[in-house]
Design a protein around this ligand. Structure first.
Ligand code: AKB
Length: 312
């Protein structure tokens, strides 16, 4: 049976790259990108969709015989702090709309991304395990944790095949992030390549888990393509690749672009970052569905500079 795929929130940092990747495997006619924006000019099929509009979502799924949904709709950590109620609704009401379609048998499989933001100030910071103290104190983290629990509930009570990972900060050269606490780690490359000084909104020693976007897309594809019995956790899996702080990243960039300069001006995002882990333990993902990253920090910096050089 041919899979028919719908990506919700496809204009975001992950969505843009996932769309290209899924199109190349499943065929452009079988993958629909959707987002709330009108008049979008992208290569392939695009539908305007507000995930909170239950009947529009239902119509789109039925009309196109959708079998799989990748629900990426969310406000990231920094933006969600400014719009708490909308951040919650988008994450949770949106996911309910998708979960209920699967419960009613209209779709077969769902991908839902969680984040290291589920962890909070009381979580152990180093090599944070899959199961530990999880008491987030950000709007984004609270929504992601609640969503994880609802996914597990729908799997256990109604047999809904929903899968997900906890993304660290994601860094890629094909798409830009927006509204996150880890966005500095993408923006810094643009400044460095333009020959501009970079003003960092996190403190120099704020170490966080990070990952190359190519690895994140591969993790998404691999967990969705794993057999159902390999996916033993129906909350979301920890996945890790590398950890660094702004100072460490700046040093790697400076080793390649000697004139690069950085200054530090921490703002409210520092308080968010201070509640997240410094590093993640991800053996369940490695054992259950063979997760393994390709990029470390040096590989990431080489790859970003190589690919952005011509673009910036
Ligand atoms: C953010 O910074 O909000 C995101 C995330 C870690 O989920 N990149």
């Amino acid at each position: 049976m041919v899979e028919k795929i719908l990506i919700i929130g496809s204009l975001g940092q992950v969505g843009q790259e996932l769309f290209e990747s899924l199109k190349s495997s499943y065929g452009a006619s079988n993958v629909i990108a959707s987002d709330v924006k009108d008049g979008v000019n992208i290569e392939g099929r695009y539908e305007k969709l507000d995930i909170l509009d239950k009947s529009a979502l239902f119509d789109l799924v039925k009309k196109n015989g959708i079998t799989q949904v990748y629900n990426l709709a969310a406000l990231l950590s920094a933006t969600a702090e400014k719009h708490p109620r909308f951040g919650w609704d988008l994450t949770i009401e949106g996911q309910f709309n998708v979960l209920n379609l699967a419960k009613e048998g209209h779709i077969k499989k769902i991908f839902w991304p969680s984040s290291i933001a589920v962890f909070g100030p009381t979580t152990p910071k180093d090599q944070t395990p899959q199961q530990t103290i999880i008491e987030p104190n950000t709007v984004y983290g609270i929504g992601k944790l609640a969503g994880e629990m609802w996914n597990k509930y729908y799997f256990e009570k109604y047999g809904v095949d929903v899968r997900g990972v906890r993304f660290p900060g994601l860094i890629g050269w094909k798409s830009l992030p927006g509204g996150g606490t880890t966005d500095y780690a993408v923006d810094i490359f643009y400044s460095a390549l333009r020959g501009e000084k970079f003003d960092c909104f996190l403190r120099e020693d704020t170490e966080l888990p990070m990952m190359h976007m190519e690895d994140a897309i591969r993790a998404t594809r691999e967990i969705m393509e794993a057999s159902a019995d390999e996916v033993k956790l129906r909350t979301c899996y920890n996945i890790a690749a590398m950890n660094f702080d702004p100072k460490g990243l700046a040093a790697e960039i400076k080793a390649r672009i000697p004139d690069f300069e950085i200054s530090y001006n921490p703002d409210f995002r520092q308080d968010i970052a201070a509640t997240w882990p410094r590093s993640i333990e991800d053996s369940p993902a490695r054992n259950d569905w063979s997760w393994k990253e390709k990029y470390d920090l040096k590989g990431l910096v080489d790859n970003m500079i190589e690919n952005l050089k011509g673009k910036v």
